[in-house]
Design a protein around this ligand. Structure first.
Ligand SMILES: Cc1cc2nc3c(=O)[nH]c(=O)nc-3n(C[C@H](O)[C@H](O)[C@H](O)COP(=O)(O)O)c2cc1C
Length: 196
């Protein structure tokens, strides 16, 4: 049955960034493959489809990847999820430079497709741009031909995220924050502010 607008809207509302996970709840490579398969149906500039994914699931590789990531830049006192709350898997989105040096906005479109797919499976994740790309390529033995563009951290969520409507004032604070009850809050601008 075709998805209705309200279903899509609710899915998008629920598709929030999660940074604490049930680390020992494994995610199969088959599931990760199904998520990557969704990217086949994304639009692609020049239809070059230059993005590929390196899956990271083993404990050994996850241990190598984790220290190369920077989590939640606004949380100066938080270095990222502690052991037991770390991602159960990662996807490294790479540009295959054989097809060009530029992927236009293919990267973001594909990440959105994957994270929405993750939500439908009860998974959560964090798109990460702040990472040590050189070291990541080294530890995963990536060929120079593949340039890591994003790391997607994936797992079953172990934190609650709450959307907050922003006030509409031009100087309203857009920084996400955490309350003492452990909940993560994400301010979002409201529709009137998005329309010029
Ligand atoms: C392009 C992009 C880069 C991001 N890079 C990071 C990052 O390096 N580290 C991190 O913890 N979160 C990162 N995030 C997650 C954002 O902080 C998050 O999307 C934002 O706070 C809004 O929360 P929401 O995804 O729940 O709407 C990134 C998100 C995007 C779209």
């Amino acid at each position: 049955m075709a998805m209705r607008f309200e279903e899509l809207r609710r899915l998008m509302i629920s598709d929030r960034t999660v940074r604490r996970f049930i680390e020992n709840k494994e995610i199969s490579t088959e599931t990760l493959g199904q998520l990557v398969e969704l990217t086949r149906y994304c639009p692609s500039g020049r239809n070059a489809q230059p993005l590929k994914y390196r899956l990271v699931t083993s404990e050994e590789e996850r241990t190598l990847v984790y220290p190369l990531l920077k989590w939640a830049g606004y949380f100066e006192e938080w270095d990222g999820p502690v052991e037991g709350e770390r991602p159960a898997a990662y996807m490294i989105q790479c540009l295959d430079t054989y097809y060009g040096q530029n992927c236009l906005c293919d990267d973001g479109l594909q990440l959105e497709a994957i994270t929405l797919g993750m939500r439908t499976l009860g998974l959560g994740g964090c798109i990460i741009k702040a990472f040590n790309s050189v070291r990541l390529s080294e530890v995963l033995g990536l060929d120079d031909r593949y340039q890591p563009r994003y790391v997607l951290a994936i797992g079953y969520p172990a934190e609650e995220v709450v959307l907050e409507d922003m006030s509409g004032e031009e100087d309203a604070d857009f920084k996400y924050y955490r309350t003492p009850d452990g909940r993560h809050h994400v301010p979002k601008r409201q529709l009137p502010e998005l329309l010029l």
